[in-house]
Design a protein around this ligand. Structure first.
Ligand code: HEC
Length: 144
């Protein structure tokens, strides 16, 4: 028969495990919510698989890539020029870009701006979560 202190310890262990499980579950939940934002706002035009271009280019390993350099995709001239001017897709650049692609390109390429990405993401939290998802996905080495 178990002595009371063992029962106490078991209860504490169970409680600790439950807290850990809940913590992991909520991290997983937050990640899938971020992925959902990518699915809703980007995936109709962008795949994450290497070389799979939709209306927009594949975003495979987009973090750290120079703008306008996705092979097999005919990027508009402003993207290529922005890349030559040093634009690399990090979290800060993506945040400003997604808020308004034409405005961003206007800051990094000469007029007239050429741009076929017709949407923008006004909500800052949505942008942040999508960027977080892209970084996380890339760090895991995952593809879609
Ligand atoms: C309606 C279609 C569409 C949607 C939705 C869309 N994009 Fe795009 N995106 C494009 C197109 C088209 C281009 C290529 C623009 C060009 O070269 O003129 C592009 C280009 C880009 C580029 C630049 C790639 C490069 O270096 O040339 C990034 C980064 C990007 N999109 C990210 C996103 C993200 C993140 C989302 C979701 C928030 C998103 N896009 C939503 C169509 C879309």
């Amino acid at each position: 028969m178990q002595r009371p202190e063992h029962i106490h310890l078991n209860l504490r262990t169970t409680a600790a495990c439950t807290i850990l499980l809940v913590a992991f579950a909520s991290i997983a939940h937050a990640q899938s919510a971020d992925e959902g934002r990518f699915q809703n706002n980007c995936a109709m035009c962008h795949s994450l698989s290497e070389g799979t271009h939709r209306m927009g280019p594949s975003l495979f390993r987009i973090i750290g890539r120079t703008a306008g350099t996705i092979s097999g995709f005919p990027s508009s001239a402003s993207y290529i020029e922005a890349g030559r001017n040093g634009v690399v897709w990090n979290a800060e650049a993506l945040d400003v870009f997604l808020a308004s692609p034409p405005r961003f390109l206007g800051q990094h390429a000469s007029p007239p701006v050429t741009n076929r990405m017709s949407i923008l993401i006004q909500n800052a939290e949505t942008r942040e979560r999508i960027i977080k998802f892209l970084i996380h996905r890339q760090n895991e080495g995952g593809e879609q």
